[in-house]
Design a protein around this ligand. Structure first.
Ligand SMILES: [Fe+2]
Length: 289
C-alpha cells in the first residue's frame, strides 16, 4: 500500500489533473508543481493549497533562470517566494540553464558554456535565489543537444565545482543524463559515478523521444519530451543511481500528451520497485564482500 512519503516516488501535478486530484485525493506519495502555472491562476492556487494540506509538495521552478547573464528577475523571485512560503514544500529546485533575457521569457531551457565565468555567475545566482526564496535550491542537470567550443569543463565537472564552491545540492535527472550522453557522446554511467553523492537531494525520471538528427545524417537525437513512459535503459541507469546515491525522492515527470493520472502513478510504483530492487542488490553485494 502506498503512503504519502517523500521517500517513495512522486509525480508531477499538472493543471489538467488538478481538479481530479483535489476531488479524489489519489494516493500519490508526493506531488511536484511548477510555481509559474499558479502565479496568475488564483483558483488553481486555492486547489493546490488545499492539496498541500495533506500531501507533501515539491516546487520546481521553470522561470528563475539561474544562468541568465542579465541577472535574476527579483520581481518574479518575490512572487515565487510568496507561493513557496504558503506551500512550505519539502523540496525546491530549478535548472542549470537560462530562459530569460532583457525581460523576455523564452519557452526553452537554453544551454550554457561551462567555463569559469559561467561558474561564477551561477554561484552568485544560486546564492541570490536561496536568499530570495529563503530555503535550499537544488540545481538540476539539463538535457543537452549542443555544446560550446569555448567550454573548459565538462557538464559534470561544472556541477561538481558548483557544489564544491557554493555548497548547493543537486537534482539528478537520470533521463537527462542518458539522453545527453547519447546526444553529446559521453558515458552516462561514468557521469553518475562522477557526481558528488552527498549532494544529491532528488532524482527525476522522464520520458523522451528519438528524432532524426538534422545535423548528423542518419543519426538520432534523443529529445526530453516528458510525453511517454520511462524507457528501459533509463530504469537500468536509475538502478545504478540508487545504488550510488541511496534512496532519494524520485519524481516521474510527465508534462506533454498527458495520460490518465493513474498511468503516471503506475510509473511511480515501478520506480519504488526498481529502487527497492537496487537497494537490495547493494545490500547483498555489501554483505558478500
Ligand atoms: Fe527533470
Amino acid at each position: 500500500m502506498r503512503r504519502r512519503d517523500p521517500r517513495s516516488a512522486g509525480v508531477g501535478l499538472r493543471l489538467p489533473h488538478l481538479a481530479e486530484v483535489a476531488a479524489t485525493r489519489p494516493l500519490a506519495a508526493w506531488f511536484e508543481v511548477h510555481p509559474e502555472n499558479f502565479l496568475a491562476n488564483p483558483h488553481a492556487f486555492e486547489l493546490l493549497q488545499d492539496i498541500a494540506r495533506d500531501c507533501p509538495i515539491s516546487v520546481h521552478t521553470v522561470g528563475v533562470s539561474i544562468g541568465s547573464a542579465g541577472g535574476i528577475d527579483r520581481t518574479h523571485l518575490r512572487r515565487v517566494r510568496k507561493l513557496v512560503d504558503s506551500l512550505d514544500p519539502f523540496l525546491l529546485s530549478g535548472h542549470l540553464a537560462w530562459s530569460t533575457h532583457a525581460g523576455e521569457y523564452l519557452n526553452d531551457l537554453l544551454p550554457l558554456p561551462y567555463d569559469e565565468e559561467t561558474l561564477q555567475l551561477v554561484i552568485r545566482h544560486v546564492d541570490e535565489v536561496q536568499q530570495g526564496l529563503g530555503r535550499a535550491y537544488l540545481v538540476e542537470n539539463p538535457s543537452s543537444y549542443v555544446g560550446f567550443a569555448s567550454s573548459t569543463m565538462t557538464e559534470v565537472e561544472f556541477l561538481c565545482e558548483l557544489v564544491h564552491r557554493s555548497g548547493c545540492r543537486l537534482l539528478c535527472d537520470v533521463s537527462n543524463i542518458l539522453l545527453s550522453g547519447h546526444n553529446m557522446g559521453f558515458d552516462a554511467y561514468a557521469y553518475i559515478d562522477a557526481l558528488p553523492a552527498h549532494a544529491i537531494g532528488e532524482v527525476h525520471l522522464g520520458g523522451f523521444a528519438a528524432e532524426d538528427d538534422e545535423g548528423n545524417s542518419g543519426g538520432t537525437l534523443l529529445v526530453d519530451t516528458h510525453s511517454t513512459t520511462i524507457a528501459e535503459p533509463v530504469w537500468h541507469l536509475y538502478a545504478h543511481a540508487v545504488r550510488r546515491f541511496g534512496l532519494q525522492p524520485t519524481l516521474i515527470e510527465w508534462d506533454n500528451e498527458l495520460p490518465a493520472l493513474a498511468t503516471i502513478l503506475e510509473e511511480a510504483v515501478m520506480a519504488d520497485h526498481m529502487a527497492a530492487y537496487a537497494l537490495e542488490r547493494r545490500r547483498q553485494h555489501a554483505s558478500a564482500c
